[in-house]
Design a protein around this ligand. Structure first.
Ligand code: ADP
Ligand code: MG
Length: 474
């Protein structure tokens, strides 16, 4: 391949990263390589079959479009799996052992009709975790109002001894992007492994999907149980990325097996269990059955403390790096979005300071971080909040809204609440139906249309809805 091809490929990847965002990019595309370009056909490779089918079913058009934006002659993108070597090295299936060891909990197939466990192998090695960042420890985690509970629970999990009863299982932490989930989970893993009593395995959901799950598939049920036995605490990050029926089935077995065996499970996600729409009900309720803690946005004080701690840490390597407190105050006040932007802001000051030798001043900070100051994001509206606010407004109870009662004084508020759920959240119709006492999606659709139709003519109703929206979005 020519240099020009490689350069185009770099640009295509950049474009893709911008379009799908860093998280998705690193989950799915980071390991994609360019193999060849000829006659308008681009051949790309990925390391696993799983990634191949995932990208094919979810991102094929995106990838093609990104190529076409770079080079209009491209008409086709072909994906291949490059790890043939690894696959052929796997041992042959052992069906007798498989059925013998399957027992009650582990199903004999993964929902695709394919055997769940084939081959043999050393589970401990195969179940390797995701890499940990040495900086993400409890020592560097700053505690504030929004994360006190999550932090306390995390500490507890990390310090627990093998003989201690498991207090809450799973521990489920949820928060928006950049609010410290990964930091907290890795801190648990570092601290727990330092105690040395139990083995803690930290996995991103992505790693779980195509590392752990494929490792499971290459093992006998016996080897799998054996491997699980070696894990004291399973830590899974970014559960919202767990996708696909068979992966979920395997996640569910793993979860059940570990919890039933008294092993600790820790999970982080960007939303509460009830909003993990693609998971099935049993998994959701199992997830909700432990301790579910939300970490809220970082308050100004917490942002300030995080910045101070960061500067201290940076000074270990750059002793001359000095950021006056008013500058930290300014950043804490204005860069409100999340922990990543705080980190980004300080990195810029550090870079500027190192490269130009100029001291960090307020003027310089204002210039450097200008683009990190974002307008307030619209608030994330929750279905529960909608139900609560609507119930209060119409003087009915929330359980009335969820009930099957059909008297006029509950039907209208219920329709209004469903309408707001559809317009103010990203939830799908079936999901909204489920959250309104298990109604069908057609009922929700009917309610949405009904209210849409009414607000055109009924000024009073239109105004009521405006008021509700304002209350919810404040
Ligand atoms: P998430 O996984 O929730 O998206 P991260 O854990 O990656 O967020 O956090 C983003 C950045 O903010 C990291 O650099 C992290 O160290 C920092 N951060 C977030 N919360 C805290 C905290 N409470 N104390 C110290 N640093 C934090
Ligand atoms: Mg994270």
């Amino acid at each position: 391949m020519s240099n020009a091809d490689n350069e185009s490929w770099s640009r295509v990847k950049e474009r893709l990263r911008v379009e799908v965002g860093d998280d998705i990019y690193s989950s799915w595309f980071a390991r994609m390589d360019l193999e060849a370009i000829d006659d308008g056909a681009v051949r790309l490779s990925v390391p696993t079959r799983f990634l191949k089918s995932w990208i094919q079913s979810h991102y094929a058009e995106r990838v093609l479009a990104c190529w076409q934006a770079e080079n209009e002659k491209v008409t086709r993108v072909e994906l291949i799996v490059r790890s043939a070597v690894l696959r052929s090295a796997l041992a042959k299936p052992k069906p007798e052992l498989e059925t013998a060891a399957v027992g009650g909990r582990f199903p004999s197939n993964n929902g695709n009709g394919r055997p769940l466990h084939v081959g043999d192998g050393n589970g401990h090695e195969a179940l390797g975790g995701s890499p940990l960042d040495a900086r993400l420890t409890f020592e560097s985690f700053v505690i504030g109002r929004s994360n006190t509970l999550a932090h306390a629970a995390a500490k507890q999990v990390a310090a627990a001894k093998r003989s201690d009863p498991v207090m809450f299982n799973p521990l489920y932490v949820h928060a928006g992007v950049g609010l410290g989930k990964t930091h907290l989970l890795q801190a648990i893993t570092w601290a727990g492994n330092a105690v040395g009593e139990r083995k803690l395995l930290y996995l991103t959901a992505e790693k779980f999907m195509y590392g752990f799950v494929s490792a499971l598939r290459t093992q006998t049920a016996l080897a799998f149980k054996e491997a699980l036995r070696g894990i004291g605490v399973l830590v899974i990050d970014d559960l919202q990325f767990l996708q696909g029926k068979s992966t979920q089935a395997e996640f569910c077995h793993t979860l059940n097996a570990l919890i039933d065996a008294g092993r600790q499970v820790v999970i982080a996600s960007d939303r509460p269990p009830s909003e993990l729409e693609s998971l099935d009900d049993r998994v959701r309720s199992r997830l909700a059955g432990g301790l579910v803690v939300e970490m809220g946005p970082l308050g100004e004080e917490l942002r300030f403390e995080i910045l101070k701690a960061r500067v201290m840490a940076a000074r270990a390597h750059h002793p001359s790096f000095d950021v006056p407190l008013p500058v930290l105050g300014y950043i804490a006040k204005t860069v409100t979005h999340n922990g990543r932007d705080l980190e980004g802001a300080l990195n810029r000051l550090l870079a500027h300071n190192k490269l130009t030798g100029h001291a960090v001043t307020l003027e310089m900070a204002e210039r450097e971080v200008r683009d990190l100051i974002r307008p307030q994001e619209p608030k994330r509206v929750k279905i529960e909040d909608i139900q609560r606010v609507v119930a209060r407004q119409y003087n009915v109870s929330r359980s009335d809204l969820l009930s099957s009662r059909r008297t006029a004084n509950v039907v209208r508020p219920r329709q209004v609440a469903m309408y707001l759920a559809k317009t103010l959240t990203l939830r799908s119709l079936p999901e909204i139906g489920r959250r309104f006492g298990g109604r069908d999606h057609t009922t929700v659709l009917h309610a949405v249309r009904k209210i849409e139709g009414l607000v055109g003519n009924d000024m009073a109703l239109a105004e009521e809805i405006e008021i509700l929206k304002r209350q919810l979005q404040e």
